[in-house]
Design a protein around this ligand. Sequence first.
Ligand SMILES: Cc1ncc(COP(=O)(O)O)c(C=O)c1O
Length: 458
Amino acid sequence: MTDAASDLREKDIQYSLHPYTHLAAHEEKGPLTMERGENIYVWDSEGNRYIEGLAGLWCTSLGFSEKRLVEAARRQLEILPYTHTFAHRSSPPVIELCERLIDIAPHPMARAFLVASGSEAIDTAIKFVWYYNNALGRREKKKVISRQRGYHGVTIAGGSLTAIPLMQTDFDLPLDRFLHTDTPCYYRYGEEGESEEEFATRLADNLDRLIQSEDPDTVAAFVAEPVMGAGGVMPPPRSYFEKVQKVLKKHDVLFVADEVICGFGRTGNMWGSQTYDIAPDIVTCAKQLSSAYMPIAAIMIDDEIYRVFREQSKKHGALGTGYTYGGHPVAAAVALETLKIYEERNIMLHVNEVSSLFQQRLRELGNHALVGDARGVGLIGGLEIVSDKASRAQYEAEVKAAPKVFEKALREGLVVRALPGDTIGVCPPLIITREQINDLFDRLERAFDAAETELPGG
Ligand SMILES: Cc1ncc(COP(=O)(O)O)c(C=O)c1O
């Protein structure tokens, strides 16, 4: 390690508080400092190259060296580095971006509201749901349902929806009003002899029962990722969303589609909602909206909600919420350029051309002794680790099976992610080529082989 790198390492240990990091272990281990990126690759401070197999945090769709995005940011920084969207103010890129989002929305939407992160988008969506029901005089209709192992960020409402113990324990979450229903993962939660459709029916029936037992007049919204991501990459079982949407309609419960990971091509369509025939009332999106080159996210609301908000403004004088960096012109300019690139280069077509190989290689890894389930869609995949394939038993948590595969992958020059449920997540930049997909899975296979020799029974 160079002196400069060693100096940075010491400073990081001394001054940085790292999210999702074992803080005591970090004092020994120090950071993995990434210094440079190009195409789908990143280089650490010691010059090691990695395939970024999780596109950063499911977000750098166009890779790490898209010059047009750099240029879009530079241009806007020179013209007008900042203005806001409060009190009738706006800027050209913000106006253009909102138009574009409404244009491509998965279901007719009326207005887009810009924020800076997925968590802010989710918290704002929940505030909008409450505001909407208050406006309609439905003051009791406020509870929000998400799924166990769903991930919706870490702010107070988002963290209440994110039903993963690590993210709630000792943070006094979830707050009241937040309820959780079943995880739609057929492999892990399907019962003996139950078909995938029957599993979906059971989950929809359970949701129906939950809403009835809480009283439908108190349940406002259901929040769901089309494909569950950070909770363990779980595409829905067949017919799940069709059945769930019937239940929601019956009880007049809004559907908030959290497209923060799925939005902008990840599942092979522009939106996960299109892949699974979801007709949401509200959409949240972020990440690939700007290929993560700038922090930006959005909430879209449909016309029915917008009309109610419009009336509320007459009553209250304004829509009483907003963020300093919501509608940041530089972030909006970069997002707009990202959407242009998706269209010009037909990124959706590219994803569809390469995703069959991605899914084939993923499924082949399902034959590995350590892998119980290989699941995914488009360019997202999860590999659930088991200690015994037949019984689907998992390793004890202390064994840290997924983190072991993650470490071995790093040594193979590949970044993946160890997710809850001992699942390895793979979600590369959308620009990945067939050759790079083969390289990625060759490395991942070697990582599984290496981990197997060190795991109990290996
Ligand atoms: C589906 C989903 N919703 C919300 C979020 C929160 O986004 P952020 O980390 O930008 O706050 C994430 C982050 O991974 C996510 O995957």
